[in-house]
Design a protein around this ligand. Structure first.
Ligand code: 3H9
Length: 640
């Protein structure tokens, strides 16, 4: 039974059991409608407790049903039936109470949550707004500014914050059902909708908060719609606001942005569907990172944040201490930004050590090499790892383009070698490419997949080639951007077109940030190695020859006189020496850039480097800020 009703004395218990996340599917909605009728009809019942079996309370509407016509009973009707019941309904919450799940809970007459519960209305992340009364009930329970942040920001809040704001009535440890039963006598079936809204104290401040949220969404329509829905809830009678919310929700459901966001939601959950990711894993508790530079220290911090014990190895004592400092700075940053307490930070530090002694690698379950990107340097590190590590320890390389299969063959047992390609800064960036060389053991792949989840990364499997997935696509569209400016476009037009499309920054701004010398070195390497598809970039080379490496030298494609980026007249003069100006419109620029991404993506698929087009999209969204609400370059090539 998806929804069952049992009775103990005068208390009815309605249990939803719809694994994995108790989504409010058609079966759940029908079962709840019947449960309301049964409880209303049973004269012996004086109160009803609503809870879920399994790992969570309802985590939302069933997203898989969104592409089919809605089937009755609709969630708003189920919630209205519960809210209008003559007996109090108490929601008992645990896990992730999201979207339609929170709307259901808000239709109940009281809410009790387990510690650790998270509650939210994340519909904007799916290109939607709440469609079952969330925008109307939430500002009746919590202050309007809190409601706005939750609805238009889409981030869940922890149980203690929910209690403080009025969203829930109690946080209870121990047996939650007992706690709810104890509360039952005090709860009256007063509808949430009958409460007055908790209007903002300062409407101007509220409006500014709304404008900030919309600006941050960079073109994602659901955020602006969410703001409008909260405003309606504040300004209109509840019934009118509810009807308008429902109409907006149904409209958005078919919007291309919502389709793209649904696609990427499931694409992200499908990247590790390779059978090798699902098998037995090797235990990983102790990780060693070799190389304490920007990348190595970020990887070490990411592992510490995930609860692992980390040893950092460097070539000598001063380098080990510099690496330790970098890790410590990242941990301090987490405290400064309020991500963790000083006490939690200190306990992470206790699980960290650093040295220059290869013998200290003997305990490691996994070693991640993050030394300078050079074949000989990495081969030397692998020879040392072969001698110093346990025979069952996994050896991972963080190379961004070297041949991982060739590197694996330099050790006695190549089956324990894999690529773990992090993106800088490694403790922040979501993407992790798991590079799978020939001959790797299945349990090594499964362990890498499990580790990616533990690190909170979005992982994709990649085959071995120069640049794997994300950097290969990046190189292709950078080359197209170079071709655009060589054809007469200005770098500022190209960047503006990309930002207008929804990218966080344009390709030339990005080069200024990471340093033009990096691309220059990569071009030289690719030219020397004869990498197929290599394309010279004479204008970028000219900037580098002039010593204009981007932000770090105060000028690159832009000038950074007082930190702010401004178009640079010297670059315009340099461009004029190479070709006449020939302005090009933003649509054409984006068609060219997307076309380059899609052609490279098609090649990556043909060569079997990615298993499916959606993995390429996930890599671009998680790795390079491709706007989620556009789905990804490959999704766009299939969408009219
Ligand atoms: C909504 O509620 C609209 C309403 O306002 C109005 C309605 C009228 N539906 O992520 P996981 C699947 S919009 C269907 O790996 P975790 C997921 O695909 C919705 N399926 O686990 C996966 O399947 P598989 C608002 C769903 O522990 C499995 O469950 N709610 C749904 O890392 C496990 O998922 C949201 O946006 C769903 N709603 O994270 C919440 N949710 O095993 C979306 C999950 O076959 N969900 N699945 O690959 C989440 O954020 C996370 O899944 C959650 C669990 C935090 C719940």
């Amino acid at each position: 039974m998806t929804v069952s009703v049992t009775r103990t004395g005068a208390i009815a218990r309605v249990t939803i059991d719809n694994p994995p996340v108790n989504a409010a599917s058609h079966a759940v909605r029908s079962g709840l409608m019947k449960a309301v009728a049964d409880c209303e009809a049973d004269a012996a019942v004086t109160a009803v407790i609503l809870h879920c079996a399994g790992r969570t309370f309802v985590a939302g509407a069933d997203i898989r049903e969104f592409d089919a016509p809605p089937q009755e009973p609709h969630l708003p009707d189920v919630i209205a039936a519960i809210e209008g019941a003559s007996k109090p309904w108490i929601a008992v919450l645990h896990g992730t109470v999201l979207g339609g799940g929170l709307e259901l809970a808000m239709g109940c007459h009281a809410r009790v949550a387990a510690p650790g519960t998270r509650l939210g209305l994340p519909e904007v992340n799916l290109g939607l707004i709440p469609g079952a009364g969330g925008t109307v009930r939430l500002p009746r329970l919590v202050p309007a500014d809190v409601a706005l942040t939750m609805i238009a920001g889409g981030k869940p809040v922890p149980a203690d914050a929910a209690l403080a704001s009025g969203l829930i009535d109690a946080v209870a440890g121990g047996d939650l059902l007992d706690a709810a039963t104890a509360l039952a006598g005090d709860v009256t079936p007063e509808p949430t909708l009958d409460r007055a809204v908790r209007a903002p104290q300062d409407r101007d401040a509220f409006d500014r908060q709304a404008a900030t949220l919309v600006a941050k969404a960079r073109g994602q329509v659901s955020v602006a719609e969410a703001v409008r829905a909260v405003e309606r809830a504040l300004d209109l009678p509840a019934a009118e606001a509810l009807a308008a919310e429902r109409a907006a929700f149904l409209d958005l459901k078919g919007h291309p942005q919502a389709r793209a966001l649904r696609y990427i939601f499931f694409a992200e959950r499908g990247t590790l569907s390779d059978p090798r990711c699902k098998g037995a894993t090797r235990p990983v508790e102790q990780v060693a990172v070799v190389g304490g530079g920007t990348m190595g220290s970020g990887i070490a911090a990411a592992c510490l944040f995930a609860g692992l014990t980390v040893h950092l190895m460097e070539r000598d004592a001063p380098a080990a201490s510099a690496g330790s400092m970098r890790v410590a700075q990242i941990l301090d940053g987490a405290v400064t930004r309020g991500r963790m307490t000083q006490g939690a930070r200190d306990s992470l530090q206790m699980r960290f050590s650093a040295s220059a002694a290869p013998a200290d690698l003997a305990q490691a379950d996994l070693v991640i090499e993050a030394v300078f990107e050079d074949r000989d340097a990495k081969t030397e590190v692998f020879a040392m790892l072969d001698a110093q590590t346990r025979a069952d320890a996994i050896l991972a390389t963080n190379t961004s383009y070297l041949d991982v299969t060739a590197l694996a063959r330099t050790v006695a047992d190549p089956s324990r070698v894999i690529g773990l390609h992090f993106f800088a800064p490694a403790h922040i960036m979501k993407l992790l490419e798991i590079v799978v060389p020939d001959g790797v053991a299945d349990d090594v792949v499964a362990t890498a997949a499990a580790l990616s989840k533990r690190l909170g990364k979005t992982a994709v499997l990649a085959g071995v080639c120069d640049g794997f997935i994300a950097n290969r696509v990046l190189t292709a569209y950078r080359q197209e951007a170079d071709a655009l400016i060589e054809g007469g476009a200005s770098p500022y037009e190209v960047d503006a077109a990309m930002r207008g499309f929804g990218m966080p920054m344009g390709v030339f701004e990005m080069q200024d940030l990471s340093g033009l010398d990096i691309g220059w070195a990569a071009r030289k390497r690719r030219a020397a190695a004869g990498v197929p598809g290599y394309r010279p970039a004479p204008i970028s080379d000219a900037l580098c020859e002039a010593g204009w490496f981007g932000r770090k030298t105060g000028r690159g494609w832009y000038r950074y006189d007082e930190g702010a980026a401004a178009p640079c007249p010297d670059v315009a003069a340099l461009l004029a020496r190479h070709r006449p100006d020939r302005p090009i419109d933003a649509d054409r620029i984006m068609a060219r850039i997307l076309g380059a991404m899609q052609r490279e993506g098609a090649a990556i698929l043909d060569e079997g480097i990615a298993a499916r087009a959606s993995d390429i999209d996930v890599a671009m969204v998680a790795g390079f800020g491709f706007p989620r609400w556009r789905g990804g370059p490959m999704f766009l090539s299939d969408t009219p």
